[in-house]
Design a binder for this molecule. Structure first.
Ligand code: SF4
Ligand code: SF4
Ligand code: SF4
Length: 374
């Protein structure tokens, strides 16, 4: 090391500005660099800006350097560093294994609850979401992820396996089934859904339908304006004013806490207010959900029946039509859809058969029924 330091002193003195007077500092830097190369590579990147989101989101990885753009790497150490990093792939993944496993386990429970259409399992999932994804990890898909995508500055896979699993799940599940992420994964949405389940229903104020439909457009305006603002100013911390997910990390000033308090107070009266009307991430997933592959099925009877429309608490059913952008796959209408004691699709044939049997038994003419329209 002493020899290398001397060599560095000599060469750097010439290479920097040709004056040996500058060499001691450069030599120290080189010595430090040599020492650093003996350390294992870092697995995460700390936020440079304290206003950046807390550990709730996978931090952006440093922008990848194109080969040959080493800049100040006049020593060609990057090849050596790359070799070391390749050797430590397993070491890099090992610390993330528990986190990835727990995340996958949680997502599996959420999917099981979704496919079983189980109300009880859904509430277990919501509670787990608040406890694990919210309080423990403070991890949610955030508008900051959209900023990073816009900047092409997402974490590298090896540094952010959980980020890829989690964000990938949110996007892929939306393409497959709709906003399942909003219905049972997101820790903020889970919190307000649990609030809604606990609070007395008599406190609720249901906005008129026309107002609800118009208000649901606000979130798209917020999404467009926030992303535009970020692209123009690169002011990353704007995310705190458009989404309250920081509440789990408990890092905010009095203004933000006041805003959150007001929002939660309003949510007592207008259920899931933020999700329905304000959330830019919900808006993004709503846009993606237009491409949903496996939507909610409808019966021909749904054209005249209003039961599911009244059941849906997200304003996502209009007559026979499911408004995909607003539907969070909460299952409420699907449980009615399958309920042979409630849904007219099942009840009408039963009633029809009974009336025919009664008419036959009484010797009356068999009643004529209006044919179904498919
Ligand atoms: S709308 Fe936003 S806050 Fe609500 S569940 Fe979806 S992502 Fe979470
Ligand atoms: S109750 Fe049955 S028929 Fe009526 S809207 Fe729901 S699924 Fe359709
Ligand atoms: S009740 Fe509404 S939000 Fe829930 S699955 Fe049906 S349409 Fe979607």
């Amino acid at each position: 090391m002493a020899g290398l330091t001397l060599l560095a002193w000599l060469v750097t003195g010439v290479a920097t500005d040709g004056r040996f007077g500058a060499a001691p500092v450069a030599a120290q830097e080189l010595t430090a660099r040599l020492a650093r190369l003996e350390q294992p590579p870092t697995t995460s990147v700390e936020p440079a800006d304290p206003a950046r989101p807390p550990s709730s989101h996978a931090e952006p990885a440093p922008a990848a350097q194109p080969p040959g753009s080493a800049g100040d790497d006049a020593w060609g150490f990057e090849d050596e560093e790359a070799e070391q990093q390749a050797e430590t792939w397993v070491d890099l993944l090992r610390p993330q294994l528990l986190d990835v496993s727990l995340t996958v386990a949680f997502l599996t429970i959420a999917l099981v609850s979704f496919f079983r259409k189980s109300r009880a399992l859904k509430y277990v999932t919501l509670a787990l979401s608040v406890g694990y994804l919210g309080i423990v990890k403070s991890q949610m898909v955030s508008i900051t992820d959209i900023f990073r995508l816009a900047d092409l500055n997402v974490p590298t896979f090896r540094d952010g396996v959980t980020w890829y699993v989690f964000t990938g799940f949110a996007v892929v599940s939306t393409v497959l089934w709709g906003r399942v992420y909003c219905g049972r994964i997101c820790a903020f949405g889970a919190f307000t859904q649990l609030m809604d389940a606990i609070l007395p229903k008599k406190l609720r104020l249901e906005p008129p339908r026309w107002l609800e439909r118009r208000a649901s457009w606000i979130k798209y305006g917020l999404l467009a304006s926030t992303v535009t603002y970020y692209l123009v100013t690169k002011h990353f911390a704007i995310y705190r004013y458009v989404e309250p997910f920081w509440m789990y990390a408990r890092t905010a000033d009095v203004v933000l806490w006041s805003m959150l308090g007001t929002l939660l107070l309003a949510t007592v009266f207008v259920r899931n207010m933020y999700c329905r009307f304000l959330c830019p991430v919900g808006a993004t997933l709503g846009i993606i959900s237009l491409a949903t592959v496996f939507g909610i099925k409808r019966w021909s009877e749904c054209k005249a029946c209003k039961i599911c429309e009244k059941t849906c608490e997200w304003g996502a059913i209009e007559g026979p039509r499911i408004i995909k952008t607003e539907c969070v796959r909460c299952d409420d209408c699907e449980r009615v859809y399958a309920d042979q004691q409630k849904c007219p699709h099942w009840l009408i044939p039963v009633i029809r058969s009974r009336k025919i049997a009664e008419a036959q038994a009484a010797g009356r003419p068999i009643p004529q029924f209006i044919p179904q329209v498919d």
